[in-house]
Design a protein around this ligand. Structure first.
Ligand code: ATP
Ligand code: MG
Length: 234
């Protein structure tokens, strides 16, 4: 059984189910990537795994523990951390204050973790006293990822971490995400830059209409003519 298992998720925001039996898994040290068209339910799946959406059916387990009925803060205590697609930093707070906010559940000394974040993203150390809202898009995404790392998660969930950044900044962010995975953290990531994301994915999911349309290794999905034609633009 995988470290994270989100099995057969069903549910949505009203009468109609957005998730219609979606399953995703991720292991420690691995990068699992969800791709798919706009409105497919990728963000909804991430919210459901993090407990921001009540599921009508399905289950979420992390390291064998059933988290299905837990609220988000308790999921954080159990090792989950989530960077949402939008509003993922506090713009008026400094970089350092954002990281401190990330450590909200911790009662121990988190200065070592903050140093780790600064060595992962050196530019954040330079800008620690600057409001996050004054940073570039790529730097703000670093703040958001850094903030999520402050709880020392075992599962890091990222919803479109490279949205709106240049190809060079995207490559740099992906390299840092690979670094994080190498420390043994499980990564579950939604990506609009599907080709580039599947290149670094050990496991890939193509989501369509709230269902798994294709599930395979990143490499196999990239080689699949049907996936290429339908989702990757040839
Ligand atoms: N808070 C909400 N209330 C009602 N419907 C919503 C809400 N959020 C999303 N939806 C609907 O659920 C469906 C799936 O949305 P979701 O945001 O999960 O898609 P997505 O795959 O993340 O898309 P994108 O690639 O644009 O980020 C869409 O039809 C959307 O309109
Ligand atoms: Mg989305």
């Amino acid at each position: 059984m995988s470290f994270l298992v989100a099995r057969d998720m069903r549910g949505g925001y009203g009468a109609e189910d957005i998730l219609q039996g979606c399953t995703v898994e991720a292991d420690r040290g691995e990068i699992a990537v969800i791709v798919g068209p706009n409105g497919a339910g990728k963000s909804t799946a991430m919210k459901a795994i993090f407990g921001m959406l009540r599921l009508r059916a399905g289950s979420i387990t992390l390291d064998g523990a059933d988290l299905t009925r837990m609220k988000p803060t308790d999921r954080v205590r159990n090792g989950m951390s989530f960077v949402p697609q939008v509003k993922n930093v506090f713009p008026s707070m400094t970089v350092e204050e954002n990281l401190e906010m990330g450590a909200f559940i911790r009662r121990d000394d988190f200065s070592g973790t903050m140093d780790e974040v600064y060595s992962l993203f050196p530019v954040l150390a330079e800008k620690r006293r600057q409001p996050a809202g004054e940073l570039s898009g790529g730097q703000r995404q670093q703040v958001a990822v850094g903030r999520a790392l402050m709880t020392k998660p075992s599962l890091l969930m990222l919803d479109e971490p490279t949205a709106g950044v240049s190809p060079i900044v995207m490559d740099e962010l992906f390299d840092r995400i690979i670094d994080v995975a190498r420390t043994g953290i499980a990564i579950l990531m939604v990506e609009q830059n599907a080709k580039q994301a599947l290149e670094i994915a050990t496991r890939g999911y193509v989501l369509q209409h709230g269902r798994n349309a294709h599930t395979d290794t990143g490499e196999a999905l990239l080689a699949d003519p049907d996936v290429r034609r339908t989702f990757l633009g040839g």
